[in-house]
Ligand binder design. Structure first.
Ligand SMILES: [Zn+2]
Length: 390
C-alpha cells in the first residue's frame, strides 16, 4: 500500500507528511521546525515526500515528518516563551504527562504536551528498526554537520551521512527531543544543515534525508540517484574531519562581558594561541590546535564557544571493543568512582581522587555527562548502545 499526504497550507498542522512504502521495513520519524525560524528541514522533507509520492522510488518501511514548534513556526520565531528543544528532560516529560493543556500554560509547554501525545502514537518501531532524525539550521553561516549521542547504533547510522560528525555537543544541552527519543531505544541523529534562510540549507537537508533513508535500509543504494546527494555533502564538509569530539566548553556569564572576535564561524580550524575572544580578564586564546564550535544559539545562554579535536579511527574502534565486552563494569573499581545510590547505570566520580580519568575515558566506555558540580562528576551509561530494547 502506498499512501502520501503532504500538507498544503502554511505551518499550522503537526504532520508535514507520511509515506508508507510497499514493503515492510524500518520506521523513520523526522522532526522539523523544533525552532520556529528554521523551515529548511520542513521544506527539504516536503521535497522528499513529493518525490516519494511519484511512486518510482522503492521505499521499504515508513517515513513520517512532523513539525515541532507549531506556534513559533506561524510567527517565524525561534520560540514564543522558551526553547521547545530543552523541554524533554525526564522530569519535564513526567510533569507534562501529568498535566493537561490550559490557557495558563506557556506556548512551548502546550507544543511539548501535544508533541508527546503524537509521539505516543508514532514511537512504534517499524519491523526492521526505528530511526529518528531532527533537522535544524543555524543563525550564523557555517558548515553543516551531524550530531548524536555516541552509541554504536547511532554511529553506524551516522556513517551514511558524509558530513562531519560532532560527538559530545549534544550532552552540553539538556532536554533535547533527540536525547528523549534516543533514551527510548530509537537510533537518533540531529543535523544542522546551514544558515536559516539559505536555500542551500534546504538542499543539504534533503540530501541528508535521502542518505539517512539509505543508511536505515529503507532505500537500496541503487534505487535512486544518490550520487549528487553524496557529492553535495562531501563538498559541503569542506575538508573537515569525519568525526570530532568537543573537549572544551568556555562558560560565560553576563559579568564576564564576553566578546567573540568577529569573523569566526563553526568548524573553523584554530591553532594553539589563536586569539578567540575578550572578556573582563583580557584575552582568551585557543589552548590547543582544534576545531572551533560556536554555540548553537548565539547571543544568549552560558556558552562562549567550544573547542573540538579530531577523533582518530583507533579510538572509535577501541571504544566499540570496550563496549561490546561490557568492560565498563571495571570503571566502578577505580578509586574515586562509585555507583550512584538511586540511579541505575550512573556513576559518581570524585574528580579530586579520580583526576586521571577525565570525561573522555567515560565517553570511551559509552557514558554521557549528566552533571558536573564542584569536584563531583555524574556520568550515566547511554541506554541501548548495542542493541534495541525490543
Ligand atoms: Zn534549531
Amino acid at each position: 500500500m502506498t499512501l502520501s499526504v503532504v500538507a498544503e497550507s502554511e505551518v499550522v498542522t503537526r504532520l508535514v507528511g507520511r509515506h508508507v512504502g510497499r514493503k515492510p521495513g524500518p520506521k523513520l520519524l523526522v522532526t522539523t521546525l523544533m525552532h520556529g525560524n528554521e523551515p529548511a528541514g520542513r521544506d527539504a522533507a516536503s521535497r522528499v515526500l513529493a518525490r516519494l509520492s511519484q511512486g518510482d522510488v522503492d521505499l521499504s518501511g515508513e517515513l513520517v515528518v512532523l513539525v515541532g514548534n507549531t506556534r513559533a513556526s506561524q510567527s517565524h520565531v525561534r520560540f514564543v516563551d522558551k526553547d521547545l528543544n530543552r523541554q524533554f528532560t525526564p522530569e519535564r516529560v513526567d510533569h507534562l504527562r501529568r498535566s493537561s493543556p490550559s490557557q495558563r500554560m506557556e506556548s512551548e509547554d502546550i507544543d511539548a504536551w501535544e508533541l508527546l501525545q503524537v509521539l505516543d502514537e508514532e514511537l512504534r518501531p517499524g519491523e526492521e528498526g526505528a530511526y529518528f532524525l531532527d533537522l535544524h539550521t543555524t543563525s550564523a553561516p557555517g558548515i553543516p554537520f551531524v550530531l548524536f549521542g555516541d552509541t554504536l547504533r547511532n554511529r553506524k547510522w551516522a556513517e551514511s551521512i558524509p558530513l562531519t560528525k560532532i560527538l559530545g555537543l549534544e550532552e552540553q544541552l539538556d532536554g533535547t527531543l533527540l536525547e528523549h527519543i534516543g533514551s527510548t531505544g530509537w537510533v537518533t541523529l540531529g543535523c544542522e544543515g546551514g544558515q536559516h534562510d539559505d536555500p542551500v540549507a534546504v538542499d543539504n537537508l534533503e540530501a541528508v534525508l535521502w542518505l539517512a533513508m539509505v543508511g536505515a535500509g529503507m532505500i537500496p543504494e541503487d534505487a535512486h540517484d544518490l550520487g549528487p546527494s553524496r557529492r553535495r555533502l562531501e563538498s559541503a564538509r569542506s575538508g573537515r574531519p569525519p568525526i570530532i569530539e568537543v573537549r572544551y566548553r568556555h562558560p560565560i556569564t553576563p559579568r564576564d562581558q564576553f566578546r567573540m572576535r568577529p569573523g569566526f564561524t563553526s568548524l573553523d580550524p584554530v591553532d594553539t594561541g589563536t586569539l578567540l575572544a575578550m572578556d573582563v580578564e583580557g584575552e582568551i586564546r585557543a589552548r590547543w590546535d582544534g576545531w572551533l564550535l560556536m554555540p548553537l544559539y548565539q547571543g544568549q545562554g552560558s556558552d562562549g564557544f567550544f573547542l573540538a579535536s579530531q577523533v582518530k579511527p583507533f579510538w572509535l574502534e577501541l571504544s566499540a571493543v570496550l563496549r561490546r565486552l561490557r568492560l565498563d563494569t571495571l570503571l566502578r573499581i577505580l578509586p574515586g568512582v562509585s555507583a550512584h545510590p538511586d540511579r541505575p547505570a550512573t556513576l559518581v566520580v570524585d574528580t579530586k581522587v579520580a583526576r586521571i580519568f577525565p570525561l573522555e575515558i567515560f565517553h570511551l566506555f559509552g557514558y554521557r555527562k549528566l552533571r558536573s558540580q564542584g569536584h563531583v562528576l555524574l556520568v550515566s551509561r547511554r541506554l541501548h548502545d548495542l542493541t534495541p530494547p525490543w
